[in-house]
Write a protein that binds this ligand. Structure first.
Ligand SMILES: O=C(O)CCC(=O)C(=O)O
Ligand SMILES: [Fe+2]
Length: 259
């Protein structure tokens, strides 16, 4: 998958430009530079290009829509990731003291989006970032990174390197799982620094959940009691995503839904 991502990004710009769009609603497969520049009305340009593929599993995507250089690999890879997601949701449900299928039954594994990032070598890394400090506005993210390093997670108010492990994956708890678990799980604050050598390649698979109302998400009722009152209100996902992207990316979205 790393190789497929490299092949896409290292194609001639004329080929890539067929896929270019900075409007996330415009197409299901798109190529973008500086992902959040327009969405968050960002003041800073980041050092990365991304290929965004949505609708991979739910069948809303015709395979022909995907760039040929990474089509087969992407389809195979997402199938593996979805199986892993099932296992992880089972383990996380059990960790919350719930039945194994509880989280899956909330359909938080739905609406997968795969984002294939390419961070070119940066001549002045101290002037920018690959990805700004943020949390993911999703349930879970499964990240495959190459061996370059650069991903960092906030730990005790300090940035810690997430050192790449060969064939290893990084799993981030997203904001929505923090909300569902009523703060038992904590959404990972992370960022990506860039280096003079590159490129760095990573593939993030996001699990967004069901975004069409009337489905509401909020703290899981079984986790709520008199001693553990709900910390968040229930809301349709579309509200979370809209509010998340109308604030600066480095500010938490959780407080907007806290009771
Ligand atoms: O490139 C990475 O390792 C992480 C990217 C990331 O945080 C994201 O796409 O949300
Ligand atoms: Fe992220």
């Amino acid at each position: 998958m790393i190789d497929g991502t490299r092949k896409f990004h290292e194609q001639d710009v004329e080929v890539k430009k067929e896929y270019y769009s900075s409007d996330s609603t415009a197409r299901r497969v798109r190529y973008d530079s500086n992902l959040h520049l327009y969405k968050t009305k960002g003041k800073t340009a980041y050092w990365k290009d991304s290929l965004i593929i949505s609708g991979l599993v739910s069948g809303h995507n015709e395979p022909e829509e995907m760039p040929e250089v990474c089509r087969k690999t992407s389809l195979e890879y997402i199938n593996h990731v979805v199986k892993l997601e099932d296992i992880l949701l089972g383990l996380l449900s059990e960790a919350l003291g719930l039945k194994t299928n509880h989280l899956k039954a909330t359909e938080c594994d739905k609406k997968q989006v795969m984002v294939c990032h390419y961070y070119p070598a940066c001549p002045q890394p101290e002037l920018t970032l690959g990805t700004q400090k943020h949390t993911d506005p999703v349930f879970l993210t499964i990240v495959l990174q190459d061996q370059s390093g650069g991903l960092q997670v906030m730990c005790d108010n300090q940035w810690a390197d997430v050192t790449p492990i060969e064939h290893g994956l990084v799993v981030n708890i997203g904001d929505l799982l923090q909300i569902l678990s009523n703060d038992k799980f904590v959404s990972a604050i992370h960022r990506v620094v860039v280096k003079k050598v590159g490129p760095r390649i990573s593939v993030a698979c996001f699990f967004n959940g069901v975004s069409t109302p009337p489905k509401l998400y909020g703290p899981i009722k079984e986790l709520i009691s008199e001693e553990n009152p709900p910390l968040y209100k229930d809301f349709p996902l579309v509200d979370y995503v809209t509010k998340f992207f109308s604030k600066p990316l480095d500010k938490t979205g959780l407080d907007l839904f806290r009771l």
